[in-house]
Design a protein around this ligand. Structure first.
Ligand code: ATP
Length: 279
């Protein structure tokens, strides 16, 4: 699936990120000095056991860590430090430069508005050419929906969210997120609880959108098959730390850390039949 090599410019650099909940001792910080870099056009997988801190890391990167607190470390987005920003200073960046997409797409939709309106809401932006963008937004959205396998997009846009399946809503959510062309897109368990066919459609949608938009994607997943299939690099989290980072091939075929070995051995051949193609 990874036919395109990612360009090398790092757009996100996280160093020593330490996050804890007030009232708990420092030794119990949920994130304990996380380091990672993300390049433009790269899909970076984040795997690890439940409770290892993946979702808290995702929320911290968009500075929605509350009630937890960042106590140390830096988050550099295109060279800009995010940890020093107030919530108000973060608002212009969220959804535009850095976006977080969560598991339940139906919760992201307003049930009383047609899908067209849902798309229009995220399309409204402070871009210089916003007015012209508004005029052609429907045709662009329809083209993007078509590219992620949603046919008859014109009719579909006139429908309400409850008339779309969960898999379609998940793809709609991805189209919304990618349509703002953020530098960084964090996807937290977006393929969970979907049947395998829909899951493949979502993965294909992520690949197509990142290739056309050159977005750097952090993909959080419990599914090692998903990570092996789609990610350029994979990081393994354990007890609030990234214990190992490497290409999907390295992580799944030659795991170095004992926890990674345990994780991989508990899943039947996550490297899968396509592993050789990724080498
Ligand atoms: N209010 C809180 N006070 C203290 N600890 C908390 C609080 N909320 C969450 N935690 C802890 O934060 C840790 C990290 O949770 P997080 O949801 O980030 O894990 P995760 O790796 O995403 O798990 P999963 O894969 O199950 O979603 C958990 O161990 C959880 O117990």
């Amino acid at each position: 699936m990874n036919a395109f090599s990612p360009p090398s410019a790092p757009i996100l650099r996280v160093e020593g990120l330490t996050v804890g909940f007030p009232g708990t001792p420092e030794s119990c910080n949920v994130l304990q000095g996380v380091d990672l870099t993300l390049k433009s056009g790269e899909i970076f997988g984040l795997v690890g056991e439940s409770g290892s801190g993946k979702s808290l890391l995702a929320r911290s990167l968009v500075r929605l860590e509350s009630p937890a607190r960042i106590t140390a470390g830096t988050i550099l987005l295109e060279g800009e430090e995010l940890c020093a920003r107030t919530q108000r200073e973060m608002e212009p960046l969220r959804g535009k430069k850095i976006t977080l997409v969560l598991q339940h797409p139906e919760r992201a939709m307003d049930p009383v508005f047609r899908m067209e309106s849902q798309f229009r809401k995220v399309w409204t932006s402070d871009r210089v050419d916003a007015r012209r963008q508004q005029r052609r937004f429907l045709s662009v959205i329809q083209r993007m929906l078509h590219s992620v396998g949603i046919a008859d997009a014109r009719r579909r846009c006139r429908q309400y969210p409850h008339q779309w399946s969960r898999g379609m809503l998940q793809r709609a959510q991805l189209v919304m997120a990618f349509s703002a062309s953020p530098a960084v897109l964090i996807l937290d368990e977006v393929t969970s609880a979907l049947d395998p066919t829909v899951c493949l459609q979502i993965l294909d949608a992520i690949m197509r959108l990142k290739q056309t938009r050159h977005t750097g994607v952090i993909l959080i997943t419990h599914d090692l098959f998903v990570a092996a299939e789609i990610c350029d690099r994979v990081a393994v989290m354990h007890n609030g730390r990234i214990v190992e980072t490497g290409t999907a091939g390295d992580i799944f075929r030659r795991p170095a850390h004992p926890y990674t070995r345990l994780l991989v051995s508990s899943t039947a051949d996550p490297a899968g039949p396509n592993a050789a193609e990724r080498q």
